[in-house]
Write a protein that binds this ligand. Structure first.
Ligand code: ADP
Length: 491
């Protein structure tokens, strides 16, 4: 659209050859009576007027009509203005004046040829510039090139627009640096705006703050080449990825919220059913104990009945115990899909999933994943649940930690016959004396905790024939680890 509207700005030229040659003949025919009239008045302008008409024909209709105009002009001058008049004897065409006219016409034609070639080249250049500008605008990608650190800068119109500069602002590296988010400036300077070393593939993301106060996310792909004078020239494409960033951020948030809700719902349902089931034996125990107390409270206590009541208490306590272990077995024996799994992928997925939650709490999630891990066999969703639980607990544990220690690391390692995945935090660590109870159902030290997370994790890991363990780190914080058997070939 844009290109078309600009093309219509150029002067329109008659489309068909017939029209162009016809108009040329008409122009010469119109010039002739004017020249004759002036000649009769004693003003000899025939040469000048015919030259002008020829120039007009060349400029307006092109080289062919221009040639026709020159030939017609020569004959008109010979026939109407040179002595002896009204004859077109070819020998009389060798007149000095006519020869000069011919020379002028040839020069004009030559000039026109050169001019039109240049015009065509310029138009082509302009068209490709416009195409580039439009393409850059549509893809929100600008380009920039500069000699680091400060010299010879070129930026495209789109780069100018992305940074929020006016089109008349002259480009400098400093101007771009001034717009970069303070938290990103050190990295941006080191990697892209003032690199000390050449690089084939620069990849960088940083934020900028525009004069209107809005934050944009830029993704940069570029190269830095060292010149023979030792200076480094940087060339790059810059993409405004704010929109896609915002969308993936809200998607991640929604996923994390979903995971959180799913976790709470599962827990809530589990707690409700456990409370319901366990409530009956507990009430029975209470009733039996009260009855026992009443038999004891007599002047002569009926020890036989007391014994019977206590037996019922024990019996109901056993029922409650049975119920709890049945529930645990249910979780343990739950269908475990036996697909080959890559624990690194599970770790990556969970980090991705909890990215928004971590960012909100200001916690950095680092990964230290051993490449080419052997596969393990299991249920991806269940194992993801285990890692989500470790991570959420680690986030909670870091609530009171400030500064550089606000980071957790998720690490994977290959062992002789197993694969390990662990989450290490920099929190206060496991409370003294609580080590053995961490994986018990309903054990929690949090005011709003349910104490079911690690117990479910243990059930899942044991159902995968794996091991789950927790220990305090040497320096600070805790590590929660699972080890799962490597999937042997043909397994
Ligand atoms: P909840 O999170 O509801 O308390 P969990 O079973 O997930 O239930 O955790 C049980 C307990 O284990 C927690 O209350 C806490 O005391 C301890 N715990 C879990 N993870 C950590 C950790 N990373 N650092 C210190 N203690 C932890």
């Amino acid at each position: 659209m844009l290109v078309t509207s600009r093309e219509s700005d150029t002067v329109s030229v008659p489309e068909t050859n017939g029209a162009r040659y016809g108009l040329t003949v008409l122009a010469v025919a119109l010039t002739l009576p004017v020249a004759i009239a002036l000649d009769r008045q004693g003003i000899p302008t025939a040469f000048a007027l015919m030259l002008l008409t020829t120039m007009f024909a060349v400029w307006r209709f092109g080289i062919g009509p221009g040639l026709l105009a020159a030939v017609l002009a020569i004959f008109c001058i010979r026939f109407f203005f040179l002595e002896p008049r009204h004859t077109i004897d070819p020998r009389l065409l060798a007149d000095e004046g006519l020869r000069r006219f011919l020379l002028y016409s040839e020069s004009i034609l030559l000039l026109w040829l050169l001019g039109s070639a240049q015009r065509r080249a310029q138009e082509k250049l302009k068209r490709s510039e416009r195409f580039l500008t439009d393409a850059q605008m549509l893809s929100r990608t600008g380009s920039v090139s500069f000699v680091a650190p400060e010299g010879d800068v070129f930026w495209s119109a789109e780069t100018c627009r992305i940074f929020g500069f006016g089109s008349e602002t002259s480009p400098t590296v400093q101007r771009m640096l001034d717009r970069i988010h303070p938290d990103d400036i050190a990295k941006a300077r080191r990697v892209f705006y003032a690199p000390s070393e050449p690089s084939d593939a620069i990849e960088l993301e940083h934020r900028i703050i525009t004069p209107s106060g809005c934050t944009k996310h830029l993704r940069i792909y570029g190269t830095a080449v060292r010149h023979h004078d030792g200076r480094i020239r940087v060339l790059a494409a810059m993409m405004d990825v704010s929109e896609s960033k915002r969308m993936s951020e809200s998607l991640r948030k929604a996923q994390a919220e979903l995971a959180h809700t799913a976790r709470l719902t599962t827990m809530g349902e589990l707690v409700a059913s456990i409370s319901h089931e366990v409530n009956q034996p507990l009430s029975a125990m209470k009733l039996s104990a009260q009855a026992g107390l009443r038999w004891l409270d007599r002047e002569s206590p009926d020890l036989e009945r007391v014994g019977a009541s206590l037996n019922r208490v024990v019996e109901n306590a056993r029922r409650a115990e049975d119920l709890i272990s049945k529930l645990r077995n249910m979780a343990r024996k739950g269908e475990v899909a036996a697909t080959p799994l890559d624990l690194n992928k599970i770790a990556g997925d969970v980090v991705e999933l909890l990215h928004g939650e971590a960012a909100e709490r200001g916690i950095a999630c680092l990964t230290d994943l051993e490449p080419n891990l052997p596969a393990v066999k299991g249920d991806e969703v269940q194992l993801q649940q285990v890692v989500v639980n470790f991570m959420m607990n680690a986030f909670d544990a870091m609530a009171a930690v400030t500064g550089e220690d606000r980071q957790i690391t998720i690490r994977s390692r290959r062992r002789a016959a197993s694969v390990e995945l662990e989450v290490t935090d920099g929190g206060p660590g496991i409370e003294a004396g609580m080590q053995d109870r961490l994986f018990d159902a309903f054990f929690t030290t949090k005011s709003h905790g349910m104490g079911m997370g690690l117990s479910i994790c243990r059930s899942i890991v044991e159902a995968h024939d794996g091991k789950i363990e927790a220990f305090n780190n040497e320096y600070r914080g805790a590590t929660f680890r699972i080890s799962l058997p490597q999937m042997s070939v043909g397994n």
